[in-house]
Design a protein around this ligand. Structure first.
Ligand SMILES: NC(=O)c1ccc[n+]([C@@H]2O[C@H](COP(=O)([O-])OP(=O)(O)OC[C@H]3O[C@@H](n4cnc5c(N)ncnc54)[C@H](O)[C@@H]3O)[C@@H](O)[C@H]2O)c1
Length: 334
């Protein structure tokens, strides 16, 4: 039996989730919800289900919902998540939220705490870790192929001219990069960051801190670095992650496109291109959502959720520490 899914927030990303649910044999869409009536109605027509204009009325309707996607946006792309997420979690509906979990750590903490109290599965769409290439690289780490981990270097950048808040860049984009870094190297102990306001291609000074360089010390001693920018071009690519250890190194490019292992003891390389048939970042939504559906189907314990609300809270905490480090000009211990 397929899982009955509701989707809240029918913008571009809510519709991207919907496309994944339509194509996944584990799910069927039973409700869509948006405070903009036209968006909800258009989605209802497209996916053949009822439309709702707020979460409360959707919950009151009595429609059976096994799990939900929560795809609102708001300030720094996370300001609207809190209220509808709390309503879904309060109703004990397993919820897959969009990133950032929230642009405010205090609200992120409350959502994670409520999910824990209600013993309900709560995940965030930290989709960059859900690729066959990232999974294989993590297997190498877990099996000791890299030996003792030493260094992680991550770059993530796109072209985004949004100037709505000074720290939009780090809060909206870097939940992804920091989640990938945590995925390979674990929890972070200390953070130090520098920011720079870039210029547009036609020479205008940006208001947003659109470039960053961050140093991270992980709890296991690994030393890491993150380069981030909203002033990149399409030709720059999206991301690159490099991890070195006492026995070897891997480089993972574009989340899923190219993975190479470099043996420290010889010049041998092992390379994978489009591992598992995944060819581009867009496909990460379907793989992330499939894992979410599988974890609901098998009734995974909330504490075992891959890419959980708790994971997302941890990356948001690192982000706020980086901002504090820049403002106070010091290293921040988490
Ligand atoms: N995981 C990824 O790779 C990825 C990529 C891009 C964007 N995102 C995230 O996806 C989210 C959505 O982005 P988008 O571009 O689709 O935004 P959007 O603004 O186009 O859509 C959000 C929709 O939510 C609706 N909404 C707001 N409050 C609501 C509420 N209380 N109840 C019901 N509907 C409500 C809005 O009316 C709007 O239609 C953002 O958090 C963004 O950061 C994730």
């Amino acid at each position: 039996m397929s899982l009955k899914v509701a989707i809240v927030g029918m913008g571009g990303i809510g519709n991207a989730h919907a496309g994944c649910y339509v194509n996944d044999p584990l799910s069927e869409i039973v409700a869509v919800c948006d405070i903009i009536k036209e968006r909800a109605d258009a989605a209802a027509e497209k996916y053949g289900c009822p439309a709702f204009y707020n979460v409360k009325s959707m919950l009151k309707s009595g429609i059976k919902i096994d799990c939900a996607s929560m795809c609102t946006a708001g300030t720094e792309n996370g300001g609207d998540h809190y209220k509808p997420t709390m309503e879904l979690l309060n109703a004990r509906i397993p919820t897959l939220g969009e990133k950032p979990i929230s642009n405010e750590v205090s609200k992120a903490k409350r959502m994670v705490a409520l999910a824990k109290k209600k013993r309900v599965r709560y995940a965030i769409d930290l989709n960059h870790r859900f690729t066959p290439a990232a999974r294989l690289a993590r297997e190498w780490v877990d099996k000791g192929r890299l030996g003792r981990l030493h260094i992680i270097n991550m770059t993530m950048w796109i072209n985004n001219a949004n100037e709505t808040s000074p720290h939009f860049h780090i809060r909206a984009l870097h939940p992804h990069s920091l989640d990938v870094m945590r995925y390979f190297c674990g929890d972070v102990a200390s953070v130090q960051a520098f920011f720079l306001r870039g210029k547009t291609m036609d020479g205008k000074q940006r208001k947003c801190w659109s470039n960053l360089q961050m140093n991270l010390l992980f709890k296991n001693g690994v030393v890491g670095h993150l380069t981030g920018s909203y002033d990149a071009g399409g030709s720059f690519g999206l991301e690159r992650c490099e991890v070195t250890g006492s026995k070897g190194r891997f480089v993972l490019e574009e989340a899923c496109e190219d993975l190479t292992f470099y043996d420290r003891a010889n010049t041998q390389r092992e390379s994978y291109h489009h591992l598992g048939g995944m060819t581009n970042f867009g496909e990460t939504f379907a793989s992330r959502i499939h894992t979410w559906l599988e974890q609901n189907k098998t009734k995974a314990a909330p504490s075992k959720i891959d890419g959980s609300g708790a994971d997302a809270l941890k990356v948001q905490t690192i982000i706020e520490a980086a901002i504090e480090s820049w403002e106070k000009k010091k290293v921040i211990d988490l």
